[in-house]
Design a protein around this ligand. Sequence first.
Ligand code: SF4
Length: 249
Amino acid sequence: MAARKSTRSRWWRGPLQESESNRGQRAVKILRALKKTYPDAHVPLNYSTPLQLMVATILSAQCTDKRVNEVTKPLFKRYKTASDWAAVDQETLEEEIRPAGFFRNKARAIRATAAELVTNHGGRVPDTLEELTALRGIGRKTANVILAHAYDKQGIIVDTHFIRISRRLALTNEFDPVKIEFATMRFLPEHYWSDFSLWMTWHGRFICPARKPTCEECPVRGSCPAAESAGKVTWRVKTPPEPQRRKPA
Ligand code: SF4
């Protein structure tokens, strides 16, 4: 009996064989295509100071940017310093931010973080990852948002879009945001980190959403193994082992 010819493409045959340097080159190619596609990409949250960005980012968890901007508009006129945010009582702030959802936790996080800023940083939002992540209400994602967009530093912001698309593009296998952040650092030059994150988010919003990615219109489909499977990830990225450290002679 004649052997049945496989209809699967080369992408479907087991783990992807790709060296780390090839993956890095492919990532830069993807980055260039995204840059061209989203020249006006920007953070959709309204803010004019690091403190405002910090508050808006805390409020943005599980909430649309439009809603966050509606909520913050009057609040940014009322509360201008970290002391103002720390001094407002819990119930008042809860009512003021209620439309953003999870208002109890968010109010607690804003007040606690603001109080820490006053106590430990003279009311200023710090500009290092270590200091930011040491604040009670700030996780790595929020810290990287602040670094990238309030201080113009480099940070990889791993949101749900970034996780989904980097898996579809076979840049990583991981689901864990911190592992994805570190994996991306290994192959993407640092001066691209913040921009790449922004473009990935925009790509996730406009072309590569969770459901029904529009692969036929996608500017990176030539570099994307998921283009043939409508976004389904059916492979493993073969990650080379960490280079062995040489023993001292
Ligand atoms: S080709 Fe499809 S799955 Fe791949 S990044 Fe583009 S839209 Fe997403």
